[in-house]
Design a protein around this ligand. Structure first.
Ligand code: GLC
Length: 432
C-alpha cells in the first residue's frame, strides 16, 4: 500500500495561544495536566444508564442483559439516541450543560474526547484498570486528552469498500478496484450487464453531518492531501486536496454517485446496497453482518478504500466509553465500563454485529477470520487510518468542513472555492 504523505493533525504543537484550539495528544501515563486519575472518587452503586446511538443489530442490549443478569441491583438501562453523530453530540452536550444525571456512561465518538474532557463534562478515568496494552495503539490514543485517559475504546471503526462480487465476476473483473478511476471503469463494465439495470455506481455518506466530514477527509487524504499539517495548522487549500474533492464533486456531477446519495447517512447507503441499488459502497464494518442477512448475502465482499493513485486511507472512527461528570453511582459505572470494553464483550460485538474490536489479538484469530475474511485488511486500515482534527472546538471545525464539502458536492461552489473558504474558516476557528 502506498504510504500517505502527511497524516492529519497527529500529536502536534499545541495551539494554546489560540484560545480553545488545543491538541489532545499525550504520551499516556498519569502525569498529564488537568485532573489526576484517582482524584475523582468513583463512589456509589446502583442503577445507571448507557447512552449511545441507535443499535441496528440488537447486540448492545444483549451484552447489557448479560450484565444485568449478574448485577440485579446495578442495572443498566440503554438510552438510545438518534443514529447520526451530530444529534448524539448535541444531546450529550445538552445533558452536560444542564448538569443532568440522566446519562451515566456515554458512547463518545472518538472525535469528541478532547471537547468533552476540556469542558470537564466527563471524568478522567483510572487507566490502570483497563487492559489498554492489549488494544491497538492509535485506537487508545483517541481516548486521551493532555496525557490522561478520558474515554476507553469499546469499538473501533475503519472505512471499507463494499462491492458486489457476483457482478464484478460476471463483468470479467477479477480484483476489486484500488483507484477511483478503476472503480469508475469497473462500474461502466458492470452496468452493461442486464442484471445491473437501474443500478448506481457508488455511494458513501454525503449528507451534511459528521459522515460527510469523514468522507471528505478520506477523499483528501487518499489524494495525498491533508486538512491540517503536522503542526495542527489548517492546510487544506492545496492541489492534492483539490484532487480529492474534485473526485467526489465530479462523481456526483457525472452520476457515478447518484444524486440521492447527497442525502445519505450510513444507514441509507446500507439499505441501498442491500436492496441491490449500488455496485460499490463506502461504509463501516457494522454493515457486513447486517448485509449478510440481506438480499445481497453471499454476493459481496470488502476491500480497502480506493484512492487517487492506489489504495486510499480511511478516517479513524469508533466509539469510546466515557463517564459523565454529573452521573450518580460512579463505582457501578466504572465496573460496567470495564465489562463493556472487555475482550469478551468485544468478541461478542464482533461475532454478532461485525464491530471492529479495539483488541489487536482478535484480528489474528483464525476462527474469527473464517467468519470475517477481511479482518487483516481492516486491522491495517485502522492502523493506518488518519485521525480527524483532534481539537477542543471540534464542533466548529466539523461544521465548517461539512458546509464547504457539501457546497462543492452539490455544485453550488467549485472545489477550488470551497477549499479556499474552508481554509479561511479553519484559520479563523484556530485563531479564536
Ligand atoms: C461512525 C464512526 C464515527 C464517525 C461516524 C460518522 O459511527 O465510528 O467515528 O464519526 O460514523 O458518521
Amino acid at each position: 500500500m502506498k504510504t500517505r504523505t502527511t497524516r492529519a493533525l497527529q500529536c502536534s504543537a499545541p495551539l494554546v495561544a489560540a484560545g480553545l484550539l488545543l491538541t489532545a495528544c499525550g504520551s499516556g501515563g498519569d502525569s498529564g495536566s488537568g485532573q489526576q486519575a484517582g482524584s475523582t472518587s468513583f463512589k456509589g452503586r446502583g442503577p445507571i444508564t448507557y447512552v449511545a446511538g441507535k443499535d441496528a443489530s440488537g447486540v448492545v442490549q444483549k451484552v447489557i442483559d448479560r450484565w444485568n443478569k449478574q448485577h440485579p441491583k446495578e442495572k443498566v438501562t440503554f438510552v438510545q439516541l438518534p443514529t447520526d453523530a451530530d444529534s448524539q453530540r448535541q444531546q450529550m452536550i445538552q445533558n452536560a450543560q444542564t448538569k443532568s444525571d440522566a446519562y451515566t456512561v456515554l458512547s463518545l465518538d472518538v472525535v469528541w474526547t478532547s471537547e468533552f474532557a476540556a469542558h470537564q463534562w466527563i471524568d478522567r478515568l483510572p487507566e490502570k484498570q483497563f487492559p489498554l496494552q492489549n488494544m491497538l495503539k492509535p485506537v487508545v490514543e483517541t481516548g486521551r486528552y493532555r496525557g490522561g485517559l478520558y474515554s476507553v475504546p469499546a469499538a473501533s471503526d475503519g472505512g471499507m469498500l463494499y462491492y458486489r462480487t457476483d457482478l464484478l465476476k460476471k463483468a470479467g473483473i477479477a480484483q476489486p478496484p484500488t483507484t477511483w478511476s478503476e472503480m469508475t471503469a469497473d462500474c461502466a463494465k458492470v452496468k452493461k450487464l442486464p442484471e445491473a439495470k437501474g443500478m448506481s455506481c457508488y455511494a458513501g455518506q454525503f449528507q451534511k453531518y459528521e459522515g460527510l466530514t469523514v468522507n471528505f477527509a478520506e477523499a483528501v487524504n487518499s489524494a495525498g492531501g491533508v486538512i491540517t499539517d503536522a503542526n495542527g495548522k489548517p492546510d487544506v487549500d492545496t492541489p492534492a486536496a483539490r484532487k480529492g474533492l474534485d473526485f467526489l464533486a465530479g462523481a456526483v456531477k457525472d452520476g457515478t454517485i447518484p444524486k440521492e446519495a447527497v442525502t445519505y447517512q450510513e444507514e441509507d447507503g446500507r439499505q441501498a446496497f442491500q436492496s441491490g441499488k449500488l455496485v460499490f459502497l463506502r461504509n463501516w464494518p457494522y454493515v457486513y453482518a447486517l448485509a449478510e442477512k440481506s438480499k445481497v448475502a453471499g454476493k459481496f465482499a470488502v476491500a480497502p478504500l480506493p484512492g487517487l493513485n492506489g489504495p486510499g486511507s480511511s478516517s479513524l472512527g469508533g466509539h469510546n466509553l466515557a463517564l459523565s461528570s454529573y452521573a450518580k453511582n460512579k463505582a457501578t459505572a466504572v465496573d460496567f465500563m470495564k465489562f463493556f470494553s472487555s475482550e469478551e464483550s468485544a468478541t461478542t460485538f464482533l461475532k454478532d454485529a461485525s464491530l471492529a474490536p479495539p483488541y489487536a489479538k482478535l484480528y489474528d484469530d483464525a476462527s474469527l477470520i473464517k467468519q470475517y475474511p477481511y479482518l487483516p485488511v481492516l486491522k491495517q486500515s485502522i492502523l493506518r487510518a488518519v485521525p480527524r482534527p483532534r481539537v477542543v472546538n471540534y464542533g466548529d471545525v466539523t461544521s465548517a468542513i461539512q458546509q464547504e464539502a457539501y457546497a462543492a458536492l452539490t455544485g453550488s461552489k467549485s472545489s477550488a472555492q470551497a477549499l479556499k473558504d474552508l481554509q479561511s474558516a479553519l484559520q479563523k476557528s484556530a485563531a479564536q
